[in-house]
Design a protein around this ligand. Structure first.
Ligand SMILES: NC(=O)c1ccc[n+]([C@@H]2O[C@H](COP(=O)([O-])OP(=O)(O)OC[C@H]3O[C@@H](n4cnc5c(N)ncnc54)[C@H](OP(=O)(O)O)[C@@H]3O)[C@@H](O)[C@H]2O)c1
Length: 373
């Protein structure tokens, strides 16, 4: 693992200003918020956040999910200038762990992350993912054939502007390729110095064990939050036993736990949530009462609902590093507040009783933990 140097303040602002300047080409943009907000903050130091271990990797206790920064999964595609500034602010606030994938965009999220974070590369852990076929800029089926992995990594390296990817995940298991072969292909990339650590996403405990036996796995990334808790069925315990870190995606349950919606909320057909039973009319009616629990606990702890949702995840295991996918600097700041929250064992057992007594609509079945998704 590379040593994590402290982000030097002068270096940060100089490099950030340079990176920003290369972006802003239209004259009318030159005096706009990007540069002025940087100079306003000149006195602030990049914050040091508490860190956590994902296997051998040490990263900030919260990462930043970079899927929504480009593709508009839940929101209209944000402006590139704003998202570059957002990524710089994330570094300034102490985030050292950034999550992307070839398929986000496709390609555009990796390219954005690579461009924005190039100046700080040595201080950061960049994670990306492979395993989908992409044709005409559209995501197609799965493809983890060794020859495909050897090819697609080159594109990811180029877009991320790195010599080696810190953490390279198999995004989804390809049913046609045994995990041993995938591990073998990644091992070759490690031997060639193109990948430093590897991970998997949404696999069963059995696949995780086989993968780890072939080539030690640093992290598993799967969906986990107060509402979606399938990974508590032997997946987290397998990570703990094998010393594998766990990265929950969807930690706010796609903003549900933020209390942003009510039973009248409906989504644009292009919004991923419009296709999910949890967010349907029936789903909202059945799931919305759970927010009373989230609201009650957040008031009790004097924190926001999202902070409660993230802090609860952090409290489950010390090797958990959530990656909320915000496009908003304000939300990012709010989310980082979760790192300061502590629960007593009594509080955790009370919360556990309350969440387990609630029956959610549109969540995964417990047994799905044993299938690769
Ligand atoms: N491995 C996988 O298969 C997989 C699948 C999906 C995602 N991921 C990764 O995991 C990351 C996170 O997952 P996700 O984006 O699906 O779920 P998420 O982080 O639970 O939800 C993202 C949504 O939450 C909102 N949000 C975040 N912080 C908020 C706050 N403080 N207040 C109000 N709303 C807030 C965001 O809106 P704003 O932008 O307005 O803040 C966005 O709409 C992704 O970015 C991606 O990197 C991995």
């Amino acid at each position: 693992m590379k040593p994590k140097k402290e982000v030097n303040r002068r270096f940060f602002f100089k490099q950030a200003a340079l990176a920003g300047a290369s972006l802003v080409t239209a004259p009318q943009l030159l005096s706009q918020p990007f540069n002025s907000s940087l100079s306003d903050k000149f006195d602030r130091k990049p914050t040091e956040l508490p860190t956590r271990k994902l296997g051998p990797l040490e990263v900030s206790g919260l990462g930043l999910g970079c899927m929504n920064l480009v593709s508009g999964t839940y929101n209209p595609t944000p402006s590139k200038v704003e998202m570059i500034s957002h990524l710089h602010k994330a570094v300034e606030r102490g985030i050292t762990f950034f999550d992307t994938a070839e398929v986000y965009g496709p390609y555009a999220s990796e390219a954005l992350v690579g461009e924005a974070l190039k100046p700080f590369r040595n201080q950061l852990t960049l994670a990306s993912k492979f395993g989908f076929e992409i044709e005409n800029n559209q995501r197609k089926g799965r493809n983890s054939r060794p020859e495909s992995i050897a090819k697609v990594v080159e594109g990811s390296l180029q877009r991320l502007k790195v010599e080696a990817i810190d953490l390279y995940y198999l995004h989804r298991m390809d049913p046609n390729v045994p995990i041993e072969e995938v591990a073998g292909a990644v091992k070759k990339l490690m031997e060639a110095g193109k990948v430093l650590h590897w991970g998997l996403s949404e696999v069963s405990p059995a696949t995780l064990r086989k993968a780890h036996a072939e080539l030690p796995v640093a992290a598993l990334q799967s969906e986990y939050n107060l509402a979606e808790r399938v990974v508590e069925n032997q997946i987290l315990s397998t990570c703990e036993e094998l010393g594998i870190g766990f990265v929950p995606w969807g930690p706010t349950h796609r903003a549900f736990l933020a209390g942003r919606f009510n039973e009248y909320s409906r989504f644009d057909p292009l919004d991923r949530r419009s296709q999910l039973p949890f967010f349907s009319e029936v789903g909202f009616l059945k799931n919305m009462p759970f927010l009373q629990t989230v609201r009650k606990w957040s008031e009790k702890k004097e924190i926001t609902m999202v902070q409660f949702a993230l802090a609860w995840l952090l409290a489950q295991k010390p090797f958990i590093v959530p990656i909320p996918g915000t496009t908003s600097p304000q939300h990012l700041k709010e989310n980082l507040g979760a790192l300061q929250v502590k629960f007593t064992p009594f509080e955790l057992s009370e919360i556990r009783k309350e969440i387990e007594s609630f029956s959610f609509h549109g969540v995964r079945l417990a047994d799905s933990a044993f299938q690769d998704q």
